[in-house]
Design a protein around this ligand. Structure first.
Ligand code: ADP
Ligand code: MG
Length: 693
């Protein structure tokens, strides 16, 4: 249970004064739906209103607080013209300008002859000094209220800055004192503020230095966030490891049968990874290994050979894929590869229901199925293996830590192998996986044809279409990728549909369309038709990213390539270049292209090495934006910026390790405080795995 002291922070934002049903959705979109989300939404600038010159000395374009006398009102001549209030001090004149004015309110706020304090930006316009919509209008005795330094927050359209500032202020006031969870030595060395003080000073910056991610308050909060991340990952790992593993050793008979029938030899990297996996499986400790390899590096066969070992040892194995299409593809691949070994392979997805499903489950429980392939349906209630020894998760950057927890709950002491194609630089690896053991497939199978990648403006689309038509005439099969940005999914989908109609008009009926809004069976049908050669060109939104393996596809066109993350482009491109024939990828960009965007696309043009691409992208963009972190499934941090706080990540990892060594169930007073930290960063799922304290 979440500790009571955090209740006020996990109330909906509507609990804050001034946040009603109209503002709440805007705040939710911007920062999140709970009070705590406002604490993490930090200012990027500040306004200093303490400068209070005479009118003569007030510089245009700057925020000032002025002491004025109201001279007269000039109501709007027409509704479109502004309402003007003329003011003076003993050095000059200034006109306050209001559009769509509420006259009654203005007459009350600025009575003729009265003295008023106004704060806002001074401008020169038509030879007079003006201030449009002052931020403050106050009687002189309330001067102090205007003479402040205010934080400026990133906004979303429709949300007035004042509403957000006020809501955040109230959120900060609700922030309780929390027990200190940071290790005392570290805390003292950095002279960090307490959590509550850090939050307060984050939202009350008094100078530019306090806005910087290197400020003590930001550092402290970034450390909190990283520590929560590392501790959560550490706990997951510990849970998975806790059930002592079983040594799984095979006699090599099935594996040999499979290898003997392969039309190729395993690469050095595949053999090395297999040896590492074998050693883990043979050990008594539970295996928790990441198999990292670029698209096309050949992870599948490595996974299969590991699973064969489990079967040799009399156990079963499971392979979980992130989508149904991918699960079916794995099934087809594995069936072909495993046939010489006579393995029985089953498929279980969310679509399987009724009698068929029950029959499958019966065979699974009886041990008649050696390998079960599927989606996360594999780990639902009611799915019981006779003896599951190894679980392989094809992560394709779509799963998170909680799925791994589900899995841990399922098997007893099951060895785990996680496959990922995300080229994650080492620092980020730590935030996504914690201290997992890693095998890297850093060598591609031989004989791969390099992909000829070109970067072109969208203006040359008709040439591209001409080239595509010629390629098809020569027997090529083509992917045509349209971007899909979540925010305007409808518009993007419409664009994809229009492109489809256009290309079908030009190229004839052998053009298909597949997108994420289509139902599973319809999607599969189109994909299969394309794979089997019934279509020459497939217009697709990014659904093909984790999609099918079509060796005959040799051309890929990507529209608005500049809108994709580099990792995503790299993954997409990995769909071609799989056969013997040379492949070509055309990255079309919408002009004008910024220097930086051009540099990024050029990285892709010049390299096919996912790790190099990731490192280069990291250099260009900084970790915060790496490769479109959202698509890549890497954790997004609210306060930590790995480009600045990389050393804090290392410290957090070391500290998390130490904590779990000494107080694995977080029972000590500091352990209790750390539980609060985990709840604060919404790691409720991992806290639930702890013994109650
Ligand atoms: P990944 O899952 O890592 O993206 P796959 O396992 O799908 O890659 O393999 C990509 C392709 O490479 C498949 O067609 C597979 O048959 C082939 N392949 C795998 N290992 C080798 C190898 N050692 N030599 C030649 N081809 C290989
Ligand atoms: Mg694969």
């Amino acid at each position: 249970m979440r500790p009571e002291c955090l209740y006020p922070l996990f109330a909906p934002v509507t609990a804050l004064p001034g946040v009603g049903p109209r503002m709440a959705p805007l705040i939710e979109k911007l920062a999140g739906g709970h009070v705590v989300d406002l604490l993490w939404h930090h200012p990027h600038a500040l306004v200093d209103r303490r400068f209070s010159p005479k009118l003569r000395d007030a510089p245009p374009g700057r925020v000032v607080t002025l002491h004025l006398q109201v001279e007269r009102h000039e109501p709007s001549a027409t509704p479109r013209r502004p309402y003007r209030v003329l003011c003076v001090d003993d050095t000059g004149r200034l006109t306050l300008v209001f559009f769509h004015a509420k006259v009654e309110w203005l007459e009350k706020a600025l009575p003729v002859g009265a003295e008023r304090v106004v704060s806002g930006v001074v401008e020169h316009f038509n030879g007079e000094m003006q201030m449009t919509h002052p931020d403050y209008i106050l009687p002189p005795e309330r001067l102090a209220e205007a003479m402040t330094i205010e934080p400026v927050y990133p906004l979303t359209s429709g949300l007035p800055p004042k509403v957000l500032v006020k809501a955040t202020k109230n959120a900060v006031e609700r922030a309780p004192q929390l027990p200190e969870w940071i290790e005392p030595g570290l805390f003292g060395r950095h002279r960090w503020p307490s959590w509550r003080d850090a939050v307060a000073s984050l939202h009350n910056p008094i100078d530019e230095a306090e806005l910087s991610p290197a400020s003590p308050a930001r550092q402290r909060l970034a450390y909190d966030e990283l520590l929560a991340n590392q501790l959560a990952l550490g706990l997951v790992r510990m849970r998975l490891r806790q059930a002592a593993g079983r040594p799984i050793k095979g006699d090599g008979r099935l594996r040999q049968a499979i290898i003997a029938a392969l039309p190729y030899r395993l690469t050095g990297a595949q053999q090395r990874s297999l040896a590492e996996i074998d050693a883990d499986m043979a050990a008594r400790l539970r295996m928790l290994r990441l198999l990292q390899g670029d698209v096309g590096a050949g992870k599948t066969v490595v996974a299969l050979l590991a699973m064969a070992t489990a079967v040799e040892a009399g156990m079963q194995a499971a392979l979980m894929a992130p989508t149904e299409i991918l699960a079916r593809q794995h099934l087809a691949t594995l069936e072909a590869l495993a046939a010489p070994a006579g393995l029985n392979i089953g498929l279980l997805t969310g679509r399987d229901k009724g009698k068929g499903r029950q029959r499958l489950l019966d065979r699974l429980a009886a041990g008649e199925i050696d390998l079960l392939v599927g989606t996360h349906a594999l780990f639902q209630e009611g799915v019981a293996f006779r003896d599951l020894g190894l679980a392989v998760i094809d992560e394709q950057h779509r799963f998170g830590v909680h799925q791994r927890l589900d899995l841990a709950a399922k098997g007893r002491a099951v060895d785990m192998l996680v496959m990922t194609a995300t080229p994650i630089p080492r620092t980020l690896m730590l935030t996504a996986y914690g201290d997992m053991d890693v095998s890297r497939l850093d060598e591609k199978p031989p004989g791969r044809q390099p992909i000829d990648t070109r970067v072109l403006p969208l203006a040359r689309l008709h040439e591209v279409v001409g080239g595509v038509a010629r390629a098809i005439a020569g027997g090529a099969r083509v992917y045509w990728v349209c971007p899909l940005v979540e925010e305007s999914e409808k518009i993007d989908l419409a664009a994809a549909e229009e492109r489809y109609r256009e290309l079908a008009g030009l190229l004839g009926p052998r053009v298909g369309l597949v997108h994420g809004r289509m139902k599973g069976p319809a999607k599969d049908a189109v994909m299969n038709t394309f794979a089997e050669g019934g279509l020459d060109l497939l217009v697709a939104t990014t659904v093909i990213e984790v999609g099918v393996d079509v060796a005959a596809a040799t051309v890929m066109v990507i529209e608005h390539a500049e809108r994709f993350g580099l990792a995503q482009l790299h993954q997409l491109r990995g769909r071609i270049g799989r056969g013997e024939r040379p492949s070509r990828c055309l990255l079309l960009y919408g002009a004008p292209l910024s220097e930086n965007a051009r540099a990024r696309l050029n990285i892709l043009r010049d390299s096919e090495d996912g790790f190099r691409i990731a490192e280069e992208d990291l250099k260009l963009r900084g970790a915060g934006e790496l490769l479109g972190t959202r698509q890549s499934g890497l954790p997004e941090f609210r306060l930590a910026d790995l480009a600045v706080h990389g050393d804090l990540l290392a410290a957090a990892r070391d500290d998390a390790r130490l904590i779990l060594d000494t107080d694995p169930d977080l029972q000590s007073p500091r352990g209790q405080a750390l539980r609060t930290l985990l709840y604060l960063f919404e790691r409720d799922a991992v806290v639930k795995t702890l013994r109650s304290g």
